[in-house]
Design a protein around this ligand. Structure first.
Ligand code: ADP
Length: 384
């Protein structure tokens, strides 16, 4: 590969109906531009090609056109890398085919990611394009953490195992937490709680992920905005046999109409907080179910890691909801965890500690930056 002279990376996150983009300059670690093209296929933006054209136009209007020699690479977020992709990967025709072969594992996400890749490659065929996978950071899970206890032949035939997601966020936040503590990532054990609309926990030992709460798909684990997280799998048979629901209906129920939304009719923690303030017992129960699950994972990952140096909260809920942070870690002094109420109440866009001085485990709020992480990984690859 020819080493490119530029220092800018365009990060593309192509969803089914939207494209999010950021242009980052790796020389100074600065964000030059960012934007979102929505409602693809519904109105003026006919398809992903039109959406990317719009991205190109928006950048050109700011003097940051895609034809700039400053552009070193395009970094694409790809949700599912299966067992094959454990590192950021330079995109070739063969790589695109391999990502296509993973569509059955991520039917909602990979197709849109692939479309974004294809359109971007047409736009700048000469430019290195790098796929950064949401699953990659979790590829280090020991086999006993990645395996489900089901028949091995059946599991292997269908690729059924725990892959984990939000990997770029867990990677970034675990590293940034070590930085906040003034330590090298190899020296610290961190529990990362990524609480956005989707939510996942991970146990990171010395910079290496050893367990994570999402599994074959992003449905497993924590209670989320609209996803159930962990349930007895027999619930599905029951709803099918007794409730008469189809597979697609149950899929829709557990992914889109469950979690906080299913419990109380709202999936936004701000609205739930407001309702709780008015004494709404349904909203309170949804909050309590959410927090109870979170505590269970903190306990489980404390046992998995043996020694925990830090617990880091990130993403929309983790960064903003002092109430969730306080409730999730309340009464865990026996585990060496104590949140300081005053520090926890401070609102700030910076990484910060919220633990009490006497807390053995540091508790941190660490804003995630998945785009910067994707750009860094893509840039490192094209510079190598
Ligand atoms: P996504 O998974 O879509 O990237 P985000 O990480 O942006 O999600 O998180 C979105 C969620 O963050 C919202 O649904 C909302 O519940 C929560 N959130 C955002 N701001 C606040 C706030 N000030 N207080 C509590 N929750 C918040």
């Amino acid at each position: 590969m020819n080493r490119t002279p530029g220092t800018r990376v365009l990060v593309l996150n192509s969803g089914s109906s939207s494209v999010k983009y950021q242009l980052l300059d790796m020389a100074g670690g600065t964000r030059l531009a960012s934007g979102l093209v929505e409602r693809i296929g519904d109105g003026p933006v006919a398809d992903h090609a039109a959406a990317l054209k719009q991205v190109a136009d928006e950048l050109a209007a700011q003097g940051l056109g895609l034809d700039s020699p400053e552009l070193a690479a395009v970094g694409h977020r790809v949700v599912h890398g299966g067992i094959r992709f454990t590192e950021p990967t330079l995109i070739t025709d063969e790589v695109v085919t391999a990502i296509e072969e993973l569509v059955p594992l991520a039917p909602l996400h990979n197709p849109a990611n692939i479309t974004g890749i294809k359109v971007a490659r047409e736009l700048r065929p000469d430019l290195p394009q790098v796929a950064v996978f949401d699953t990659a950071f979790h590829s280090t899970l020991p086999e006993y953490a990645a395996r489900y206890a089901i028949d091995t032949a059946t599991a292997d035939e269908h690729g059924v195992r725990r892959y984990g997601f939000h990997g770029t966020s867990h990677a970034y936040v675990s590293r940034a937490t070590a930085e906040l503590l003034g330590k090298d990532p190899s020296e610290v054990n961190v529990i990362v709680l990524h609480l956005g609309n989707g939510a996942s926990a991970s146990a990171v030992r010395g910079g290496t992920c050893v367990d994570t709460s999402m599994g074959l798909t992003p449905l497993e684990g924590l209670v989320m905005g609209t996803r159930s997280g962990d349930i007895d799998p027999a619930v599905i048979f029951h709803l099918s046999r007794v409730g008469g629901l189809s597979t697609d209906e149950i899929d829709d129920l557990l992914n889109k109409r469950s979690g906080l939304l299913g419990l109380c009719g709202d999936n936004d923690m701000r609205e739930i907080g407001r309702r709780m303030g008015e004494g709404d017992v349904t909203a309170q129960l949804a909050f309590d179910v959410y927090v109870h699950r979170l505590r269970k994972y903190v306990g489980a990952y404390t046992a998995v890691l043996g020694r925990v140096d830090a617990i880091a909260f990130t993403a929309g809920v983790g960064e903003n909801s002092a109430a969730v942070r306080e409730a999730a870690l309340r009464g865990l002094t026996a585990l060496g965890v104590e949140v300081d109420a005053v520090r926890n109440a401070v609102r700030s866009p910076s990484a910060r500690l919220i633990s009490a001085a006497e807390s053995r485990v540091a508790v941190a709020v660490v804003p995630t930056d998945e785009e910067m992480e994707i750009a860094s990984q893509a840039y490192a690859l094209v510079q190598a």
